[in-house]
Design a protein around this ligand. Structure first.
Ligand code: HEC
Ligand code: HEC
Ligand code: HEC
Ligand code: HEC
Ligand code: HEC
Length: 361
């Protein structure tokens, strides 16, 4: 017992610990987490710019609101000026693995945490050497994600609705959790083999790829293009489908969009460009559209339009071009994902994930 206590004290995992410490033993998981959006949730320039604007436009009290999800341990421990390194780590290990339960009362789901020597997780029979561990059923279901991926503001707008979208999806009914798609089982050691003999087991991918992953986007959003002649015009049909996401596409921030752009260049010199947008328009109480994340969060009162693709939805788009029979037309369809109007660098703003080129006559 004394020895065990000494060991525990020696590693110093009693209050909120930095991911670096966890990474000393959970090496593979730490590596994957480091390249996740969660690890950058506070550090990200995009978030910091938005936070600055929020404080300037809506008051200093905003800081605590925003940090509650982007640097949850900072909000929880009251370190709003981020004196401690761990609080720069965004959605870090010790936040998720100190979670005991998710409480569903009031407007929003809330996580109950116990920071300390006992880490909660999905393993039923784990034998950690330096900290205690208890099995937690919450970690094996979508509930663990709900406190940050579901949010209703004071005006009653469901700003983030990924959890409820999932809850109503066919995928949820089939038993798929957020983890099924975002934390797939990959080869790796739970603990560095130098610390504990490898069991050749698997780990849950902590990178949690989402819309910044071309693989995720390409495997989810499918598009097919076909052409025919109709009433003297060239008719182009593109079907766009959300084949496998367990929620709308796009989900998350209401400012995310997917754009389908079709260019048609006919050999007799005509140029056409058309687009379809899959996204939401959020308006404030006066009905004016909002275009900044912090304003959407706080001032958003209503979703004025929602053209996103529901789970398993296939949308057929038709386009007519005034091109005479026998004239060839070069068609280029592009699908791109648009992240945020506050982004400054192009790669932060959007990503092209699918292109289809076809010569039609
Ligand atoms: C000195 C090495 C060491 C350090 C440091 C360490 N762990 Fe562990 N941890 C282990 C070992 C060993 C296991 C048991 C693995 C097993 O039995 O397969 C474990 C298991 C776990 C589990 C699984 C618990 C369960 O029941 O599902 C979680 C979660 C966990 N650690 C989180 C953390 C977090 C968070 C930190 C940092 C705050 C951390 N660990 C730091 C060695 C360490
Ligand atoms: C403490 C709050 C919190 C919890 C808990 C949380 N997330 Fe997140 N998540 C965030 C924030 C904040 C972002 C946005 C980070 C950014 O881009 O600044 C995010 C982003 C994401 C993304 C987007 C990645 C991308 O490429 O854009 C995915 C996917 C995701 N989370 C999945 C999950 C899943 C799955 C769970 C549950 C296992 C979960 N999250 C739990 C706060 C959280
Ligand atoms: C957004 C929340 C979240 C963050 C951040 C997070 N984890 Fe996890 N972790 C989970 C969930 C959820 C599971 C269980 C997934 C399942 O079983 O479906 C898990 C599983 C684990 C396990 C058990 C082995 C495994 O792979 O299933 C360990 C150990 C672990 N995490 C350590 C860490 C460490 C170390 C960090 C930081 C480098 C970290 N986690 C960051 C949510 C998180
Ligand atoms: C059946 C698989 C599946 C399930 C279940 C699922 N997702 Fe996703 N998710 C995806 C795919 C594929 C993408 C990439 C396409 C996209 O960005 O919309 C994605 C994208 C995301 C994004 C990126 C943000 C954005 O704006 O598109 C977030 C955040 C996210 N998921 C969170 C969650 C959470 C939280 C849950 C559980 C409540 C969940 N997902 C359940 C497959 C799934
Ligand atoms: C309830 C949790 C929660 C709160 C509170 C919250 N956010 Fe977020 N935020 C998220 C999640 C989750 C995402 C990622 C959604 C996605 O991937 O589409 C996100 C994404 C963002 C993004 C886009 C980041 C990117 O990489 O594209 C910005 C900017 C942002 N939030 C700013 C803020 C500001 C400013 C506040 C305070 C007014 C705030 N957030 C409050 C959960 C939250």
């Amino acid at each position: 017992m004394l020895l065990a206590l000494a060991l525990l004290a020696g590693v110093g995992l009693d209050s909120a610990s930095s991911a670096e410490r966890c990474g000393a033993c959970h090496r593979a998981i730490h590596e994957a987490w480091k390249s996740s959006a969660h690890a950058r949730a506070m550090e990200s320039r995009l978030f910091q710019d938005a936070l600055e604007r929020a404080e300037a436009d809506l008051g200093a009290g905003m800081r605590k609101t925003c940090l509650a999800c982007h640097a949850p341990l900072a909000a929880l421990t009251g370190d709003l000026t981020l004196q401690k390194k761990v609080n720069w780590e965004g959605v870090t290990c010790d936040y998720c693995h100190s979670m005991k339960e998710v409480v569903w009362e009031g407007a929003n789901p809330r996580a109950r945490l116990e920071l300390g020597l006992v880490k909660t997780g999905p393993l039923k029979e784990s034998s950690p050497v330096s900290h205690g561990a208890t099995f937690s059923s919450v970690h094996t279901t979508s509930e663990v994600c709900a406190p940050c991926h579901e949010y209703r503001n004071a005006l009653g707008l469901n700003v983030l609705s990924t959890y409820s979208e999932w809850k109503a999806s066919p995928q949820a009914k089939a038993g798929k959790q957020c983890q099924t798609c975002h934390m797939s089982r990959v080869a790796g050691d739970v603990v560095d083999p130098r610390i504990k003999a490898s069991t050749g087991s698997k780990i849950n991918l902590h990178q949690m790829p989402g819309s910044h992953s071309l693989d995720q986007l390409n495997s989810t959003v499918r598009a097919n293009l076909s052409t025919e002649r109709e009433n003297g015009k060239l008719k182009v049909t593109i079907s766009v489908a959300n084949i496998s996401a367990g929620h709308f596409v796009p989900t998350g921030s209401p400012l995310r969009k997917i754009v389908l752009e079709l260019r048609a260049d006919s050999y007799d010199g005509k140029r056409f460009r058309e687009e379809r947008v899959y996204g939401r328009t959020v308006v404030d109480a006066a009905g004016d559209p909002l275009s900044r994340e912090h304003m959407v969060f706080v001032k958003g009162a209503k979703i004025a339009s929602d053209t996103r693709l529901a789970p398993e939805e296939k949308r057929v788009e038709t386009f007519y071009f005034d091109v005479p029979p026998g004239v060839q037309t070069q068609l280029n369809a592009t699908l791109w994902y648009y992240f945020s109007p506050m982004a400054t660098a192009e790669a932060q703003k959007r990503i092209t994930f699918r292109t289809i080129s076809r010569l039609a006559r």
